[in-house]
Design a protein around this ligand. Sequence first.
Ligand code: GLC
Length: 553
Amino acid sequence: MPVDSTDLALEDAEWWKKTTVYHVYPRSFFDSNGDGIGDIPGIIEKLDYIQYLGYETIWISPFTESPQRDFGYDISDYYAISPHYGDMALFEKLVQEVHGRGMKLVFDLVLNHTSDQHDWFKESASSRDNPKADWYIWRDGKGRNGTRAPNNWRAMAGNKAWTYYPERDQFNYTAFLPFQPDLNYHNPEVKEAMFEIARFWLNKGVDGFRLDIVSAIYEDPELRDNPISFRLSPSDQSLSIFFQHLKHNFLHEKSFEFATELRDVVNEFENPKRILIGESHGDEGVINRFCHHEGKNGLHAVFLFKAISTPFRAPNYRNLLMRFEEHFPDPLLPTLVFANHDRNRVISRLGGSVKKAKLLALFQFTCRGIPFTYFGDEIGIPRVRIPLKQGKDAIALQHNWVPQFLVDRSAEILNRDECRTPMLWNDEAYAGFCHTSAQPWLPVAENFKDINVEKQMAEPDSLLNFYRKVICLRNETPALNAGQLEIAHDFCNRKMLAYYRIAGGEKYLVLLNMSRYRLKSPLDNEVLLSTHAQGKETHFQPFEGRVMVAAHH
Ligand code: GLC
């Protein structure tokens, strides 16, 4: 039976605490009009599928007007839908269709920067004394002729953070790529303009926002140089890149305060309440300040990317849980994120193992926190190798000098095209993503005849059906979707991870054998769900996980 999401009461003010999120990358989900890229009608057509899996919330990567140099994360008009994806009427239909199913829609909001093709920026860049002159971050150069950048800052994408514009004879700052100039939030007009944009979409009925690089909103107004670091490439914990710690241009105090101001904006909207989920890298002990700052509520949740780079081993996952519980105790809530449109595909990180992918799903949907699934991970779409030099992704283009063999060896991707390839719907041409007369914008994974939605729907033991089962169990079990989490230290060891979920009189024990060995089950309690067909045996199979009843009142 498909999960009836209408049971997940829309009026429930705390709906977001129990929700599960499916992340759609619109370009790659389903192409309804035969141009090789996905679109809004394509998403509408596949809503039943997302609901069938049991997800309640859909987060869609940006589809507003954009030159598409960063595929939507470079916005040139916040008030218009890009014709690549549809129009406003189609967007309104999407909202209606989502809500009609008792589901929620989260809109991707890029507040930190616009495209350099946005009218605001064109005006700002045109002279030093136009009405928008101070809407972006401009500074004179240093040195005798003013030809040196104002400071040593690097951007998160690895490039230098400053670009020279002859029209103003000044440098412009960007936290990401040079064509994504940062807005100047020290200017109150900018803040108000962006809050108005948020209100516009909230009035259209969106249930919340995923906030793109919210860690970058403010930077040090004194432009102090960043200190050196010993790290070449960034990690999920530390904001260092190319031997520089991005101390003064990320995670500025005022960005935490900004989160509380934005919370006030979304709080203007009721029935249902709207949510804010922020994208920030950095240590959990620091980024939880986006959620509460100086006694005020900020974002509802923030992505915890550390999970992505945590080795798939019981002790590491135990530590991860302990950190999440320490830094995001109730009423805060962690997030459970293992992939997105910037990162490697889950199955590829797990060496192609479906068993491990099921175990990870069991972990993700039985922990305390908001689980996010990047489209296609529920069927195990793999990383599709695309050489840097053939990349469409701006990061790939920027790094096309990096020797390909280094990239191929790395566990993470540098060419983000590799995780953005089309959804695999069936075994027809282009995996049913687009019409045969079209050419998909990125290649379709070669093994689509073995891995696709239609096939996995028909196989009871498929990865897809396991996702469905575990999401369904979570949706109908208060202890799993809203209960407390306690690590069951007595059952934890180098191979096994164990934790309890508790609500009211209900208590469940989740046991995950994260090793390649058979292990004796420490208990023979009733098993509610196992990753393996014969989940009731005295032994756990390699990489088997089970949800057991620990107490019932
Ligand atoms: C975020 C997005 C990424 C985008 C960048 C700049 O990290 O996830 O896709 O390129 O911000 O907007």
